[in-house]
Design a protein around this ligand. Structure first.
Ligand code: GFB
Length: 321
């Protein structure tokens, strides 16, 4: 395990985006670091407003910042709202990085995504593949915003010596995920659809696209643990891939979710929906070399999310009855 370069104990640590799936996981993970965890509700701090962000940083004086605030969504949301994804994410990250630099934050970790890499990058994808080819059209806006965030971290490091680092997680899942079928990601959507199909006795579970794309999944608690680890031990300009190395084809994922939820009907493909990137398995050797490894296996992690969703759905129906 690499030696800590930056100790969080006793520090004021701001988690931007603490209500989101990643932000909430970071707050859970930081609870054992002996630091003061700072958060700000959207009603108190609108991250798209530079004056509000600068005033908040001047008042609260965080010493470390995790940038987990972003407009996020699944393939359909990204494909239909590119202006919102590009505009809002550029504003949020630009305001946070500027205020962090101007208020003298000691270290900042910016969270991107594996979708920043070229659509057909050689797999497993190394960090050096960035900007070596065309992006996936369905999430190009979000990817360009996140690439700009990486470049902005590098620019503050180069111009001002700011210790700003960037982590690129694989597709994430876990507690606090969005189960909205239109805006959410594939895993929560399949869990919700399978549970509703089982309960209603529907014959079919509909998946979007061909089911042939493959996705690498990482549990959000592993992601948060990796981010805290990188905050302590990594200080470099290059982004760091944060992956589990476990990938699965969407059709196999649907079969796994159906089995875990107890849906025994047919899996049907809706070919009017996009597949997106065929594959985005990352090479996470740069992270592994620091001594970090994921702890939550894919089937174990998915089973827990299925259990939680089915219990909540059952409870909701009980309450409604
Ligand atoms: O998770 P997802 O929406 O995002 O879709 P991406 C992953 C794959 O699952 C796609 C398929 O091939 C979808 O067509 N899929 C099958 C479904 N059934 C469903 C369903 O019911 N709902 C959804 N949502 N997908 C996102 C980027 O891409 O990855 C974001 O758009 C971000 O910006 C995120 O980077 C990590 O993995 O395709």
């Amino acid at each position: 395990m690499a030696e800590p370069l930056f100790d969080l104990a006793g520090r004021r640590v701001y988690v931007a985006g603490h209500r989101g799936m990643v932000g909430a996981a970071l707050v859970r993970r930081l609870a054992t670091e002996g630091c003061a965890i700072l958060t700000a509700a959207r009603a108190e701090l609108d991250l798209t407003q530079p004056a509000q962000v600068e005033a908040w940083f001047a008042r609260m004086r965080p010493e470390a910042v995790f940038v987990a605030a972003a407009r996020v969504g699944g393939i359909l949301e990204n494909d239909t709202r590119p202006a919102d994804f590009l505009h809002d994410n550029l504003l949020i990250q630009a305001n946070l990085l500027k205020a962090a630099h101007e208020s003298g934050v000691g270290k900042l970790l910016f969270l991107g995504s594996s979708c920043i890499y070229p659509r057909l990058a050689p797999q497993p994808i190394v960090e050096e593949a960035l900007l070596t080819g065309p992006l996936e059209p369905t999430n190009e806006a979000y990817a360009v915003a996140k690439i700009a965030g990486i470049k902005l971290c590098q620019a503050y490091r180069r111009q001002h010596g700011a210790d700003f680092i960037a982590a690129m997680p694989a597709n994430l899942y876990g507690p606090g995920d969005t189960f909205d079928l239109a805006s959410g990601h594939v895993l929560p959507a399949l869990i919700r659809k399978a549970e509703e199909a089982r309960r209603s006795g529907a014959a079919d579970l509909v998946i979007w696209g061909t089911g042939t794309p493959r996705r690498e999944f990482l549990h959000v608690d592993d992601c948060a643990d990796a981010c805290v680890h990188l905050m302590k031990v990594y200080s470099g300009a290059g982004p760091v891939n944060v992956g589990s190395g476990e990938e699965i084809a969407i059709l196999d994922l649907a079969r796994l979710v159906a089995r875990l939820v107890g849906f025994e009907g047919r899996i049907v493909r809706d070919l009017t929906r996009p597949d997106g990137t065929p594959r985005k398995l990352m090479n996470s050797d740069r992270l592994r070399a620091t001594g970090w490894a994921p702890r939550i296996g894919l089937e174990e992690g998915i089973a827990e999310v299925c259990r939680a969703w089915c219990a909540a759905a059952e409870g909701g129906r009980g309450a409604a009855a």
